[in-house]
Write a protein that binds this ligand. Structure first.
Ligand code: ATP
Ligand code: MG
Length: 299
């Protein structure tokens, strides 16, 4: 069990309830927690609700997970054994403090900024314990939606933590170079922009090589923008494949397109991701954000 301590508790921390039977790959858990956060960017009842529920079900190892917004409809992943009881519980949960029903079934309100924003329902062994811990993860993701910006400094800190974990798994095979100029440390950045890119560099770039390699992350100021590059000397990709990914044509692969979309939404089309790659030639992904962003305050 690896415990990560950061400056504040965020979705990249490994929660204590992951002491499930058998070995748990902390990297897989971090990755899934990050995906849950991304899928919840439109709230518990948003378009990503079902995908978030599916990943939570995997994390918890339970029969079914349901996510409901305030309108009452529940997005299920899996089927609760007693669906009527589960729905009844979901309907009751916003009005009561942490509410636990029959054995195997539990529902809790999702409270963000002191307000109920939805309900989480879990059906499975140890549902009562699992639901509270999962609620923490979901509330954390929803809370971050309110404060959407962090700083370059915080994102670099988060990826350093991530890379320390990765080195624990891969050892010397993973070489890491992180460099950031002080001028850009305070620049606001939408949260969790870099981690998915670093994760890709290792998982898709270096791991298939078998022999390891180098990941470089660099941040600097260039022509009025803050430019951050994430580079690996791994297997690379066919440029056409990247174009299809960024066009959102690959289902179930949310990392790149999600980061790209969030950057464009925040700053305009000029600020989409730039991916430089070729098969067998490694990959460099460039993130650009304006150096000065009036009105944006990191939370
Ligand atoms: N640095 C890289 N080197 C080689 N291939 C990459 C790299 N980054 C991404 N890819 C390829 O692009 C695909 C899409 O990446 P993306 O992050 O969007 O989805 P994913 O990693 O498959 O899933 P997830 O949604 O968990 O991130 C990957 O499956 C991989 O084939
Ligand atoms: Mg990815």
């Amino acid at each position: 069990m690896i415990e990560v301590r950061g400056r504040r508790r965020g979705v990249t921390d490994v929660p204590t309830w992951l002491r499930r039977d058998g070995p748990v790959d902390p990297i897989a858990v971090l990755s899934v927690a990050r995906q849950v956060a991304a899928h919840l960017s439109e709230g518990p009842a948003g378009a990503g609700g079902r995908a978030a529920a599916r990943r939570l079900r995997w994390l918890l190892g339970v029969h079914a997970v349901g996510l409901a917004g305030l309108s009452g409809t529940v997005e299920w992943s899996g089927r609760p054994v007693d669906e009527a009881a589960a729905l009844e519980l979901a309907a009751a949960a916003p009005h009561s403090e942490k509410f636990t029903g029959k054995p195997g079934l539990a529902a809790v309100p999702l409270i963000v900024d002191h307000e109920v924003t939805g309900v989480l329902v879990v059906d499975g062994p140890s549902a009562g314990k699992a639901v509270r811990e999962a609620a923490w993860l979901v509330e954390n993701a929803l809370e971050r939606r309110h404060g959407e910006y962090t700083t370059v400094a915080d994102e670099f800190e988060a990826i350093e933590t991530y890379l320390v974990l990765q080195r624990a798994v891969m050892g010397e095979r993973l070489q890491v170079q992180i460099r950031v100029v002080p001028d850009v440390l305070a620049v606001p950045l939408p949260y969790l922009v870099l981690q998915p890119l670093v994760e890709n560099a290792i998982r898709h770039g270096l791991e298939p090589l078998g022999r390891g390699g180098t990941v470089q992350v660099q941040g600097e100021a260039r022509n009025g923008d803050c430019v951050i590059s994430v580079e690996d000397d791994g297997v690379g990709m066919a440029p056409a494949e990247v174009a299809a990914l960024l066009a959102g044509k690959a289902t179930g692969r949310v990392g790149l397109s999600n980061v790209d979309r969030r950057l464009r939404t925040a700053y305009g089309p000029w600020y989409g991701l730039v991916v430089e790659t070729e098969r067998d030639a490694g990959t460099r992904v460039l993130v650009r954000v304006p150096l000065s962003q009036p009105g944006v305050l990191p939370s």
